[in-house]
Design a protein around this ligand. Structure first.
Ligand SMILES: Cc1cc2nc3c(=O)[nH]c(=O)nc-3n(C[C@H](O)[C@H](O)[C@H](O)COP(=O)(O)OP(=O)(O)OC[C@H]3O[C@@H](n4cnc5c(N)ncnc54)[C@H](O)[C@@H]3O)c2cc1C
Length: 417
């Protein structure tokens, strides 16, 4: 190392930045001088929010089909070179974090995201890597063989390699505001950058009655329907939001498809199968209850099947009075109700915006980067995590990308130092 020149500057101390430092230490030992420059007052603030504070850190079934990107072949190669099993192995055997699986999802055994953040921070600090907080980098330049990174407060750092790990643009309160990738303007062509947009985001609807359902959760299968065609589908929990929209894992997973269609001017609805059953089964369920509970109102007779408030909104939509006697519900109306329970069309108009999106789509195109995630073989500038144009569905896929991309850049740098 010459003077106060670092070997590697990592810009951003989030999931991918911390992991990149840890992998560089693993690959190269203490011989490298690594500095992390983090905009916020502490590293890993978004990581602390993951999995509702429990950190769903990877997924056994991590295939390229779980992601959106411009270069699926390169993504497949990178995911294959650092698999979920490699992540688990590193967390268990190097970082000391016991990992458990819930179905195909991996979590720390403590079910605390802080365990993951602390393990990464302590591992890199133990090895002498400095994490400089309150250091938002605004400009990176290169002269001869050295990079210079300038922070908002005027501090200047130099290094031989730079890893840009400034994240995407979602949840800007965590420090990732999407501006980080512009600190390297001049190193990448404008057409190599896809603008950040919300992905994995609650959808909004102008259907007023949904506001009455705020806070209700329901197991559903969902479809994105546009012009009579099913464009995407998913299954899981739906949450009715206080803004009168739809959230929950299965809505987040289909949100990108719905938003692309809305942006292209199409009319879009999300169709909920509230019973995750087929219509014949539901007709049978309704008919049995009509018979057994014939002295009750429609709302009370069917309340054991589904949250009563959802049932009442649906019945009001169909002009069935929820308080009317179930014995008076004619077969034709019962069949219509069963159809509505299995295919409730909710028009969607947009999303809650990037501030509430779990991840952003966009970033540096993978096709503009080498297999090692550098801008080219000689420059020494790397992009990892959400700075790259890769975003996955819910289930640990985004953090697995953060780990795999960080490990890939670290491996590439280790070959050159
Ligand atoms: C609520 C929520 C829940 C989530 N749950 C999960 C989950 O359970 N599983 C999963 O796989 N994914 C989850 N994600 C997504 C996951 O958190 C992200 O994909 C992941 O954190 C991206 O890692 P990153 O390192 O690219 O970016 P980040 O973790 O956002 O880190 C970027 C860091 O760079 C810093 N920074 C930004 N600009 C600068 C700058 N100019 N100079 C210096 N530093 C800068 C930021 O302060 C930040 O600390 C969730 C996201 C959210 C918001």
């Amino acid at each position: 190392m010459e003077g106060n020149v670092s070997d590697v500057l990592i810009i951003g101390g989030g999931a991918s930045g911390l992991f990149a430092a840890a992998r560089l230490i693993k690959e190269c030992g203490r011989r490298l001088d690594i500095k992390i420059l983090e905009a916020g007052s502490k590293p890993g603030r978004k990581l602390l929010l993951t999995g509702s504070g429990r950190c769903n850190l990877s997924n056994q079934n991590c295939t390229v089909s779980k992601y959106n990107t411009d270069d699926p072949d390169k993504l497949e190669h990178i995911l294959g070179s650092f698999s979920p099993a490699d992540s688990v192995d590193f967390f268990e055997n190097d970082l000391g974090v016991r990992i458990v699986s819930k179905g195909e999802l991996y979590y720390p055994a403590t079910y605390r995201a802080a365990t993951v953040t602390d393990s990464l921070r302590l591992y890199v600090e133990d090895s002498g890597c400095e994490i400089r907080s309150d250091s938002r980098v605004i400009k990176i330049t290169r002269s001869e063989d050295l990079f210079t990174a300038e922070t908002e407060s005027g501090d200047v750092f130099t290094s031989r390699f730079v890893i840009l790990a400034t994240g995407g643009a979602s949840y800007p309160a965590t420090g990732s505001d999407g501006k980080g990738i512009h600190s390297v303007d001049g190193f990448v062509l404008d057409d190599a950058i896809v603008s950040f947009a919300p992905a994995l985001v609650p959808l909004t609807s102008d259907k007023k009655a949904l506001r009455d359902l705020a806070g209700i959760r329901c197991s559903c299968s969902t479809k994105v329907i546009s012009e009579g065609i099913t464009e995407d589908e998913s299954e899981g929990e739906v949450l009715f939001t206080k803004e009168g929209g739809l959230s929950g894992i299965c809505i987040l997973d289909i949100s990108s498809t719905a938003l692309k269609l809305i942006d292209s001017g199409k009319t879009v609805s999300v169709q909920l199968n509230l019973m995750t059953a087929d219509t014949d089964e539901v007709i049978n369920m309704l008919a049995v209850r009509r018979h057994i509970f014939s002295v009750r109102s429609c709302s009370d007779a069917f309340a054991g099947m589904l949250d009563k408030r959802i049932l009442e909104v649906l019945m009001n939509d169909m002009r069935i009075d929820p308080q009317s006697s179930v014995a008076d519900l004619k077969d034709g109306r019962l069949i219509q109700l069963a159809n509505a329970l299995c295919a409730w069309d909710i028009p969607v108009t947009g999303c809650e915006g990037i501030d509430n999106a779990q991840v952003s789509s966009g970033g540096i195109k993978l096709s503009a980067l080498t297999d090692g995630l550098a801008v080219n073989e000689n420059t020494g500038l790397y992009f990892i995590g959400e700075t790259c144009n890769v975003n996955g569905i819910c289930g640990g896929f985004n953090l697995q990308w953060a780990w795999a991309s960080a490990a890939t850049a670290a491996r590439d740098i280790a070959k050159h130092v």
